[in-house]
Design a protein around this ligand. Structure first.
Ligand code: HEM
Length: 148
């Protein structure tokens, strides 16, 4: 039984970590979908303005708070379990950094759309949409199986 300084709180913190990871992933799956629908609306149209507002809310209410909570709880768990020296944790960190970079990309792309810039084609957005799913699968396998 691995408890660390969190004691009986440990499993509750871990449960919260997973809950917020689910919220984060939901946001990361929704955002590029929003972008695809958004780009169907002409720049400056009322529909364009509605998508800008939806993207702003998704970022402020779901994406940014979830990312912060997942990181803070993840680091607390790693300190609690003395995991900074473990191979699976290093690999997991690499992939959560990748996922955080993707998060940053969605926030940046939403800003571009709000300025009327449409940098990616629909096809490219659909391809980018695969990144968070693959990253989440790798992260969960590393965290649960801990193969090394
Ligand atoms: C953002 C930085 C993150 C850090 C620093 C981090 C760190 C950790 C640590 C140290 C544990 C082990 C907890 C323990 O056993 O006491 C853990 C568990 C877990 N993490 Fe993360 N994590 C992060 C992000 C994520 C993300 C994005 C996901 C999902 C996509 C995720 C899914 C999980 C799952 C499912 C477990 C439970 C594994 C198990 O106990 O079997 N984590 N995390």
């Amino acid at each position: 039984m691995m408890e660390g300084f969190l004691g009986n709180l440990w499993l509750w913190v871990k449960a919260a970590h997973i809950i917020f990871a689910i919220f984060l992933m939901a946001g990361l799956f929704m955002m590029p979908r929003f972008f695809i629908y958004h780009q169907e609306a002409p720049v400056g149209s009322p529909e364009d303005a509605r998508w800008i507002e939806r993207e702003r809310r998704l970022k402020n209410i779901i994406l940014n708070p979830s990312l912060i909570v997942v990181w803070v709880l993840g680091i607390v768990l790693a300190l609690n379990g003395g995991m900074f020296s473990q191979g699976w944790f290093h690999a997991k960190l690499l992939f959560v950094l990748l996922l955080s970079g993707y998060h940053g990309w969605t926030v940046g792309y939403a800003k571009k759309l709000a300025r009327g810039e449409r940098a990616f084609s629909d096809k490219k957005l659909r391809m980018w949409n695969e990144v968070p799913g693959v990253a989440a699968a790798v992260i969960v396998i590393l965290a649960v199986v801990r193969p090394f």
